[in-house]
Design a protein around this ligand. Structure first.
Ligand SMILES: Cc1cc2nc3c(=O)[nH]c(=O)nc-3n(C[C@H](O)[C@H](O)[C@H](O)COP(=O)(O)OP(=O)(O)OC[C@H]3O[C@@H](n4cnc5c(N)ncnc54)[C@H](O)[C@@H]3O)c2cc1C
Length: 286
């Protein structure tokens, strides 16, 4: 599928964002050809997964958005699972459980795609996806398919080597372990329930706005809460009154509202505590 001036608000969990000049969502048969041709043709592009960790500018995105969400599937080889990058995290976690493969349950309830999770090195409940990586296959800067073995030194807190390179993640191989489906499902339920109680799904949002920093000796959400900034609103964007590190779209937010609120929080926290907050969400386009 290809569309011109596609509103990105329809493809992000924040439900904000102006038009992309060109939005392509290739089916599985054509995905690799399209992806390679963007790189070969030197065409400016942005790779979109589930849109769950981004704020797209109200002005939209110039160039092409390559939507990976139809590029999904999974293969099992022993205790390894191989996912195409557009596979939804929910599906990946579910399939692992069905195959009695433990490891990924910590991701239960997290929106987005496997490709986005690797790019972000998504983490929660004490685990990061990098812990389970065997290889990541990308289309590299020369439009060649290239399989990269996992190197722990290249990954860190919310950091992957792909953040520094204009490449497209196409396949991810994870190494899991045998576990009873029943036990995996118990863990999945526990995490989705916890997210639900914490209000993750109440309003459009992108999860945690800021990274946590060990040097602050408390979670960022707690710092914001202690400064009495919960409930603070700019336009239609609001710091959730139930979670200091979540900004919600109350229905009418623009990307500008969200960005202004992020900047205001950073300024207030710095002025009042000396801590410099670092956004975890990515601001795209403009
Ligand atoms: C309710 C909620 C809860 C959340 N909880 C957590 C949490 O606990 N922990 C956590 O880490 N995150 C959390 N998130 C954020 C987000 O879900 C994850 O970071 C997720 O892994 C992002 O995946 P995505 O496919 O949506 O990526 P997107 O938002 O689409 O993209 C994020 C970045 O990855 C790049 N990218 C995506 N796919 C590819 C690809 N195939 N090749 C190259 N680059 C790519 C994009 O270009 C972009 O720069 C949460 C979000 C929400 C809405």
């Amino acid at each position: 599928m290809l569309r011109f001036y596609e509103p990105m608000s329809q493809h992000t969990t924040f439900k904000v964002g102006g038009p992309a000049d060109i939005w392509i969502q290739p089916d599985s048969e054509h995905f690799l050809d399209y992806a390679k041709s963007l790189i070969k043709g030197n065409i400016p592009f942005f790779v979109l997964g589930g849109g769950s960790n981004i704020v797209v500018s109200d002005k939209g995105i110039r160039g092409t958005v390559l939507d990976t969400t139809q590029w999904g599937s999974c293969f099992v080889e022993g205790t390894d699972m191989i996912f195409r990058s557009g596979t939804r995290i929910a599906e990946a976690v579910e399939l692992a459980a069905q195959h009695n493969l433990g490891g990924l349950a910590f991701l239960a309830g997290m929106p987005g795609t496997v490709g986005g999770a690797v790019w972000m090195n998504a983490r929660c409940y004490g685990h990061a996806i990098a812990e389970f990586l065997e290889t990541v296959t990308i289309i590299d800067e020369n439009a060649a398919l290239c399989t990269i073995p996992y190197n722990p030194q290249e990954y860190g807190y919310k950091k992957s080597p792909f953040q520094q390179r204009p490449v497209i993640i196409v396949e991810v191989r994870v190494h899991l372990y045998s576990q009873k489906e029943e036990d995996i499902r118990k863990e999945m339920l526990c995490h989705t329930h916890d997210r639900s109680i914490k209000g993750h799904y109440r309003f459009p949002c992108a999860g945690s706005v800021f990274k946590n920093n060990k040097d602050f000796s408390k979670p960022t959400g707690q710092i914001i809460e202690e400064l009495g900034l919960c409930g603070l609103r700019i336009g239609g964007a609001q710091v959730a009154d139930y979670h200091g590190n979540i900004i919600i779209n109350t229905g009418t937010a623009t990307a500008t509202d969200i960005q202004s609120l992020v900047e205001y929080l950073m300024e207030q926290v710095y002025k009042r505590t000396g801590f410099r907050l670092e956004p975890e969400i990515c601001f795209i386009g403009g």
